[in-house]
Write a protein that binds this ligand. Sequence first.
Ligand code: FAD
Ligand code: NAP
Length: 460
Amino acid sequence: MLRVAVVGSGPSGVYTAQSLVAQTRVPDVRVDVLDRLPCPYGLVRYGVAPDHEKIKSLQNSLRTVLEHERITFLGNVQVGGDGLPPERLRELYHAVVYCVGAATDRSLGVPGEDLPGSHSATEFVSWYSAHPDAAANGFALQARSVVVIGVGNVAVDVARILARSAEELRPTDVPHPALGVLAGSQVHEVHMAGRRGPSQARFTTKELRELGTLPGARVVVEEAELARDPAYAPGAAPPDAPAPLSAVARRNVEVLRGWAEAGTHATGPDPMRTIHLRFFLRPVELLERDGRVAGVRFAHTAPDGSGGIQDTGAYEDIDAQLVLRAVGYRGLPLPGLPFDPARGTVPHLAGRVLRDGVPAPGEYVAGWIKRGPTGVIGSNRSCAKETVASLLDDAPQLSGRPTAPDPLAALRAWGLRPVQWDGWQSIERAEAEWGRSLGRGPVKIPDWAGLLEAAHGSAH
Ligand SMILES: Cc1cc2nc3c(=O)[nH]c(=O)nc-3n(C[C@H](O)[C@H](O)[C@H](O)COP(=O)(O)OP(=O)(O)OC[C@H]3O[C@@H](n4cnc5c(N)ncnc54)[C@H](O)[C@@H]3O)c2cc1C
Ligand SMILES: NC(=O)c1ccc[n+]([C@@H]2O[C@H](COP(=O)([O-])OP(=O)(O)OC[C@H]3O[C@@H](n4cnc5c(N)ncnc54)[C@H](OP(=O)(O)O)[C@@H]3O)[C@@H](O)[C@H]2O)c1
């Protein structure tokens, strides 16, 4: 028998476990999937936007994997930090695969970034996703104007949630306190700003188009601004493009051109909110008034002729009482594991952790902590497969190592209180029950105490 611990139950952890039990090269692989949270599924539960129900429902296929007879879910098990040290975990299993994702945000590195009212998109996403580490009262949404910095899919998610009404979000699993705040939202203007041109935006076309379908919002783009992008000219091959335009970039530009030609784009007759989609704006400073954020100063940029941008010397201030920085996620070092601070990832060779540049058999990585914080859920499947192939190649030398006869007992002896699958099912039942009592579908429990009480009963 080969005993493997997978640390992290997001897509990469679940796909790793699935690949391990589905293969036939090494028979009888047993996998324990550990997570610091009492709940599985990582960013599928705590990141994917609540109004994307179809993607959220991927949790059902992840569930089927975790219910496999040779896979055991153990939540509430933190590895590293205050939890179990990686070297101790390593003694319990033949191999450990770290699938811990990229839990924090990239910083902008401009003055004013830490002013009250300036938040990372990570914090906002965690708040509307009921992550138990997020403060339940983290956002009041008294701002009339919000600036979202970045033009990736996370920026689109947060802009869309800000632009939707509470009624639209009520059928989703948005936590109840957040729904109350969204119902009282004063937000009228959402300015989403990219430092480069529309053909270099990172959002995907489906997500962009969706902004134009919101019942209570209109999208405004500025034709003159879009036209600064050489790729905007209809049918023209961009003269300074370093590489041919990707299909996604071409489709994005088409959508934006359509909106520009229509003046503004709105679905309903009297939209309550406006999403301004802006480009060629590089944030240089967050502005302050009365100790809080009051806006963002942007430097205007223009294509530099070789695919990049340069400042034009002009500046623009956009008023905002709330600023959300959606400039990407970042992996955190896990004490006891090597870490590349420049990339925010664990150095690896085909998934094998590199210690001092040398593969360390028995320690592996998959997902965002391996590749960096890009890629959709499906990208983690092939990533996990590569890692599992390396692990299976190493299996002959791993299977001879001594391991703990009962890892669960060893985790308990270490003082941990794992939430097992039945505990997670109790959380799901409690969330369904809470939702029913509110006339809603399942509503997520937003705090640690509530989750652990639901999982273990009041004796936690
Ligand atoms: C806001 C947001 C929305 C997204 N929406 C979509 C979408 O709609 N569609 C799509 O295809 N992709 C989407 N993605 C991308 C997708 O979520 C990622 O590709 C995917 O979640 C990465 O998987 P992962 O397993 O590497 O990391 P994660 O999903 O982050 O999972 C990591 C897991 O590890 C656990 N963990 C972390 N540290 C420890 C530790 N020390 N000990 C134990 N456990 C630990 C965490 O609790 C977590 O459960 C989105 C990403 C973000 C940020
Ligand atoms: N619905 C979905 O499928 C969905 C939803 C959410 C997330 N995801 C996926 O999750 C991954 C992460 O998404 P993400 O939006 O966090 O990251 P992302 O796609 O990398 O986008 C980050 C954005 O931040 C900008 N940025 C970075 N540093 C900046 C700075 N210093 N100043 C100004 N702007 C800066 C980037 O601009 P530059 O390009 O100029 O660097 C880019 O516009 C992506 O692969 C995404 O597709 C998917």
